[in-house]
Design a binder for this molecule. Sequence first.
Ligand SMILES: Nc1ncnc2c1ncn2[C@@H]1O[C@H](COP(=O)(O)OP(=O)(O)O)[C@@H](O)[C@H]1O
Length: 275
Amino acid sequence: MSTYLIGDVHGCYDELRSLLGQVAFDPQQDQLWLTGDLVARGPDSLEVLRFVRSLGDCVRLVLGNHDLHLLAVYAGISRNKPKDRISPLLQADDADELINWLRRQPLLQVDEEKKLVMAHAGITPQWDIETAKMCAREVESVLSSDTYPLFLDAMYGDMPNNWSPELSGLARLRFSSNALTRMRFCFPNGQLDMISKESPESAPPPLKPWFNIPGPVSREYTIVFGHWASLEGKGTPEGIIGLDTGCCWGGTLTMLRWEDKRVFTQVSSRESEIL
Ligand SMILES: Nc1ncnc2c1ncn2[C@@H]1O[C@H](COP(=O)(O)OP(=O)(O)O)[C@@H](O)[C@H]1O
């Protein structure tokens, strides 16, 4: 039995199947962790969701900002942007089932035996593991309830950007979903900066990538994340692993085998279409 962790799939169905084919992935024996953003930008978001859902219990995934955005578009709350290429998914006969399955997926995965944590964007240095679990659970519980459109409607926006246990209601949920699915840079005190998107080297001081600010979770756990394709999987400290290598932009899809830390890659098969 092996545990495979794959970065943001973003609708790259063919590459996902090829990558799993490289290791003869066996859903009966192996486990598959996915860093979220299963959908949008790439060509086959519908097939990705159908396939991942069909794998059943061997999958441990987390939701990314594009997955949340899809939920909002399907609920009629946000606009379907053509560059996301999700129209076939929105119009599919099984869209209801897929969306209802997706919204019941977690925002955080923790494996205490492996001392492994995964969230789409990472773990804010302002949280310890218990806070991270609590905040993820709060968002998950709203998303899986019947009132989930109320959260999706309030989810957009960058504030509040500073964690406090006093945060409550929709502001608290917005902080948590931003921290878990959109974070890149932080101020030295761990406060989120939701604006900068440049490379770590060109970020305006005093901003730093979240993973360069020591926090209680990174001291105890390996943290796996996706979201930040321009890192190309590089530049993180030991014990923090970025797996998004921009397959939907013509890069590669990257997979880590946990047990021996071997890395497998699959080159985008649609480079010419994208450029
Ligand atoms: N709280 C939020 N505020 C703004 N955008 C959000 C939020 N949650 C999800 N999104 C979605 O995340 C996506 C961000 O796209 P973009 O800014 O291009 O960044 P990325 O590099 O993650 O693709 C958009 O589809 C946007 O609608």
